[in-house]
Write a protein that binds this ligand. Structure first.
Ligand code: PTJ
Length: 256
């Protein structure tokens, strides 16, 4: 593994990358998971690598919605298992959600490895090893799911999900909460609550909110409005950057 000096200005980000590469070599993260992470990083950069106020509201509403659900389920894939295993377990505990390992690039070996990571991190029950139902409209391995989990859920939390599967879950009539740094993705556009934030930040905020016992900051959550605000934030940030460049004539000054 590459040695990363803690003094590097992007130390945390580089360590996260290393964790994913290690996870890929151990057969936990899909190879495509590294590409997905790069895409996420690019959007996080545009957002400012922090939770935007609108995303925090979406996280609060999502946390409350999961807690109030009849049968909430958290779907876990390779990236999420490496990035936030403890947070997944804590959120499941606070909301009564079941955890299901549900993979896009499904292999039984990888499901098994992710289940053991989650169990090692403290999960009592993890579904997904014995799929006995199918998400309609999704061919082959990526349609497999558990009848005790996603199949019978009313509300599903899907961090870093493929757009096709997010749409298939919607077509199944499920209430879908996504976590995806890309506000333009099909997943973000298909979901009922679209959290545009980095997965570990989002889960930590949801946990903190539930522990606080507070009510969400707003009553009527309009997902399209909140998604629009995030896109606006990105657009305004970029316009501001160029305006600064024009006034100083020095692009270096406007970095970060
Ligand atoms: O482990 P598997 O087989 O289930 O595969 C998982 C991946 C992520 C490879 C699979 O679901 C996939 O291909 O996803 P996509 O279609 O690449 O979408 C992933 C989305 O997650 C993209 O829109 C990224 O911007 C976003 N993303 C990446 N990293 C993060 C993220 N969102 C939040 N937090 C991140 N850390």
């Amino acid at each position: 593994m590459t040695e990363i000096p803690p003094s590097h200005p992007r130390y945390r980000s580089l360590m996260t990358r290393e964790g994913l590469v290690k996870g890929m070599k151990k057969g936990i993260v899909a190879e495509a998971g590294l590409i997905a992470h790069g895409r996420g990083e690019a959007f996080d950069y545009l957002i400012g690598e922090r939770t935007l106020p609108g995303a925090l509201i979406a996280e609060q509403v999502a946390a409350q919605t999961l807690k109030n659900a009849r049968h909430p389920v958290i779907s876990v894939n390779g990236n999420t298992a490496v990035l936030a295993p403890k947070e997944i377990i804590e959120l499941a505990g606070l909301t009564g959600a079941r955890i299901e390992v549900n993979l896009f690039h499904r292999t039984e070996e990888r499901v098994g490895r992710i289940v053991s990571i989650l169990k090692k991190a403290g999960a009592k029950e993890v579904l997904g090893e014995v799929p006995d139902a199918r998400i309609p409209g999704l061919a082959h391995e990526r349609g497999k799911c558990s009848s005790k989990g996603i199949w019978s859920a009313d509300i599903i939390l899907i961090p870093l999900e493929d757009g096709d599967r997010a749409q298939a879950l919607k077509k199944m009539g499920r209430f879908v909460i996504s976590i995806d740094l890309n506000p333009l993705s099909r997943t973000s556009r298909a979901a009922d609550i679209s959290i545009v934030d980095e997965v570990s930040r989002a889960l930590k905020n949801m946990i903190e909110f539930l522990k606080s016992g507070k009510e969400p900051g707003i009553k009527d959550f309009d997902n399209r409005l909140y998604l629009g605000r995030i896109v606006d934030h990105i657009a305004q940030g970029l316009m501001g950057l160029y305006a600064k460049e024009e006034s100083t004539g020095n692009p270096e000054e406007s970095k970060e």
